[in-house]
Design a protein around this ligand. Structure first.
Ligand code: NDP
Ligand code: 8X3
Length: 248
């Protein structure tokens, strides 16, 4: 099975690539940092094909897909994992540039790659699109403004894809993780401030990228007649905060 993973140079994508290669699958690992992908290719061997791609740039997607080796052209599973949060400021103090980058990556990038890959899946009447959403797409929290909104898009887009795919054997899942440490996510969100990034995970047991990779492997290897529409997962230490009232 050929599995294309975006954001394979770190975090969930890297952990998933390792698990899938161990299990004998063929992985096409995409990201912007060529050196990270090359290091992974050295480690994982011929089952891992590194592909430099910036999902926020449709030309980069098109040229990367056009250059895929022949034996990687059929994409059986697309894991739309590349994404980022930038900033935790409230909306009235947030950076417009950060907002635009999140939309370009988390929404437009995921849309463009899906648009490029889906027609062939439908033609073959088989395939699986797994989108990495977030609990932030369902549960609002302070400073989650545009990041959460991009993940709400990912959730509804996933559900609408399945609606369009009725009558085909193409599957779609939105995986919605909560707090997960051990990736670059928090460091990116805090613009490289390691101390603030680390504080997010202090004092409790969070999940790790391997936990998410295990869930993804389970989804990918689930029977072809079963479609998991949405799957929300959190560390036991995390739960909903409920509604809040600011008293005068
Ligand atoms: P990381 O920051 O560790 O990894 C993100 C990956 O996305 C990197 O490989 C990065 O590679 C890639 N990426 C970012 N921008 C682009 C781009 N424009 N084009 C191609 N690749 C890109 O984050 P996580 O592994 O933690 O997160 C993965 C996904 O999971 C994201 O969508 C995130 O929103 C979501 N998520 C994360 C949670 C968490 O708590 N960690 C919880 C819920 C959801 P490169 O820089 O080399 O391009
Ligand atoms: C990332 C999880 O809780 O930081 O999507 O929004 S959270």
């Amino acid at each position: 099975m050929n599995i294309l993973i975006t954001g394979a140079s770190a975090g969930f994508g890297e952990a998933l690539a390792k698990r899938l290669v161990e299990k004998g699958h063929q992985v096409i690992g995409c990201a912007r940092r060529a050196e990270k992908l090359e290091a992974l290719a050295q480690e994982l061997g011929e089952r891992f094909t590194p592909v430099v791609m910036d999902v926020s740039d449709t030309e980069s997607i098109a040229s990367a897909l056009a250059k895929l080796p022949d034996d990687c052209r059929q994409i059986d599973v697309l894991v739309n994992n590349a994404g980022l949060a930038l900033g935790t400021e409230p909306a009235h103090q947030a950076s417009l540039e950060d907002w635009m980058r999140m939309v370009d990556t988390n929404i437009k990038g995921l849309m463009a790659l899906t648009h490029a890959v889906l027609p062939e899946m439908v033609k073959r009447n088989s395939g699986y699109v797994i989108n990495i959403g977030s609990i932030a797409g369902t549960w609002p929290y302070y400073g989650g403004n545009v990041y959460g909104a991009t993940k709400a898009f990912v959730k509804q887009f996933s559900l609408n894809l399945r609606a369009d795919l009725l009558g085909t054997k193409v599957r779609v899942t939105n995986l919605e993780p909560g707090n997960v440490g051990g990736t670059e996510f928090s460091n990116v969100r805090y613009h490289g401030d390691d101390e603030k990034a680390a504080q997010v995970y202090e004092g409790f047991k969070t999940m790790g990228p391997e936990d998410i990779a295990d869930i993804l492997v389970w989804l990918i290897e689930s029977p072809a007649h079963v479609n998991v529409n949405r799957l929300e997962v959190m560390p036991v230490a995390q739960t909903y905060n409920g509604l809040t009232i600011a008293k005068d």
